[in-house]
Design a protein around this ligand. Structure first.
Ligand SMILES: CC(C)(COP(=O)(O)OP(=O)(O)OC[C@H]1O[C@@H](n2cnc3c(N)ncnc32)[C@H](O)[C@@H]1OP(=O)(O)O)[C@@H](O)C(=O)NCCC(=O)NCCS
Length: 238
């Protein structure tokens, strides 16, 4: 388990530009279900200090070896990857799983593996973008679920828990999210969880080639005050 996230200290670990004061850090992450408290729903023992967030229907947890197969399957699904440059090979998918798990040690938070009834269905959580843009350094909320898990409100439920962790436990002042303009499903999640489009913040993603229809990205934001005031917990249904 990493130390509490301090953006000013950690930017070098996340390839972000030189430190700039963005938010304050909380003293120590609160663990919602933690440590040697017995087996998880999947039966695997929890490592000491493992951070687990439980929502009404889901468990957000650190990554396991057994997540690799279902993760590779969703990363190989053209529908899931429609708004990414390409699907991923098994090797690329495994490397991504390794990187996502490593980010927990670097930052103290990350993109959690999401479980539904003991089954891995994808990821949702917080990350620090590695590219430079007008709104970085920052913390982003993101999601990717298997096609079979769409249409049930799971992404919104998990994302609300991630925002709650970001604002409550980490002490962030603002969380952003971004996606290709054409990714309307993802934009609807942003809106469901109370994020607001910042049209002036839209940008060309530097990792995507000029001319790519995915290059233009929308930027959504939510502040701690808005989240706490309840505007970030609007109904999951539209
Ligand atoms: C983006 C993504 C996570 C959205 O998944 P999703 O299931 O549509 O999103 P939500 O969890 O908010 O679910 C909302 C849907 O569930 C329905 N739903 C059913 N039961 C529900 C419940 N109890 N509560 C809330 N919504 C419910 C809603 O009506 C809505 O369906 P609709 O879109 O057909 O109207 C998914 O499409 C995905 O993984 N895409 C690929 C990866 C990706 O693009 N990631 C973003 C990159 S930036």
């Amino acid at each position: 388990m990493g130390r509490p996230f301090v953006l000013e200290e950690r930017t070098h670990l996340c390839d972000a530009p030189p430190p700039r004061r963005v938010h304050t850090a909380a003293p120590r992450p609160r663990r919602l279900a933690d440590g040697p408290s017995g087996p998880s729903r999947q039966g695997a023992p929890r490592r000491y200090g493992e951070q687990v967030i439980e929502t009404e229907r889901l468990v957000l947890r650190r990554w396991r070896e057994t997540d690799r197969e279902p993760f590779a399957a969703l990363n190989a699904d053209p529908e899931v990857m429609e708004y990414f440059p390409s699907t991923l090979t098994k090797e690329q998918s495994d490397a991504l799983a390794d990187r996502l798990e490593a980010e927990f040690d670097e930052c103290g938070f990350g993109l959690w593996a999401v479980e539904l009834s003991g089954e891995f269905i994808g990821f949702t959580g917080l990350s620090v973008p590695r590219f430079t843009a007008h709104f970085t350094p920052c913390v982003e909320v993101g999601w990717r679920l298997a096609r079979s898990a769409w249409g049930h409100g799971y992404a919104s439920e998990a994302a609300r828990a991630a925002l709650d962790h970001g604002f409550g436990t980490i002490g962030l002042k603002e969380i952003v999210s971004f996606t290709a303009v054409v990714n309307t499903r993802s934009r609807r999640v942003m809106e469901r969880i109370g994020m607001r489009h910042d049209p002036g913040g839209d940008f060309d993603h530097p990792a995507l080639a000029e001319g790519s229809p995915l290059r233009r990205h929308v930027l959504y934001r939510i502040g701690a005050e808005v989240f706490r005031s309840g505007n970030g917990t609007v109904s999951a249904r539209r």
